[in-house]
Design a binder for this molecule. Sequence first.
Ligand code: URA
Length: 189
Amino acid sequence: MSASAKARLEALANEIRAHKGAGCGFEVCETCTQLVPGVGPASASIVIVGEAPGAKEDAAGVPFVGAAGKFLDSLLAEAEIARDQVFITNVVKARPPKNRDPTRDEVAHHWPWLEAQVEIIKPQLLVPLGRHALARFAPDAKIAEVHGSVLEVDGRRLFPLYHPAAALYNGGLRATLVEDARALGRELS
Ligand code: URA
């Protein structure tokens, strides 16, 4: 991995963080504690994409540090995927107030950052978590039909998973997520 990809990813993270206070007028950017660019190396083979930071992530400046993040960590362990293979981020980089869904305009406002991250990292697979993140990449796909396998859309290879937070509320999804995570590990090996 060239040093320049690492440098470009870091420069992009700094640009995203510096957006706080830029006065863009979007509620998410104005009301969040900080923008959360993402975490992981430029050499990652997968980019995992959630929807938006929650309260814990907003406070920490790091994605997936709450309960869903702990479950995500255990899924990566099940998949035997090392942390240095993974970049974790969100479609929207700022916490929506009261964890409401991001608006279409907010998604459009933040989308170029995700595109730029993916362009720098050039992962083997993009892993959207849950139906909201999936809908941004594959508007016609249904998570219940496409989870746990490769989906090719617009020249991109997606490997959609249910959102780990969904399994915290619906225990029945836990085993499916573990199975799908193992399948993801096999796809990468
Ligand atoms: N849920 C998400 O979609 N993203 C996070 O960063 C945390 C929880």
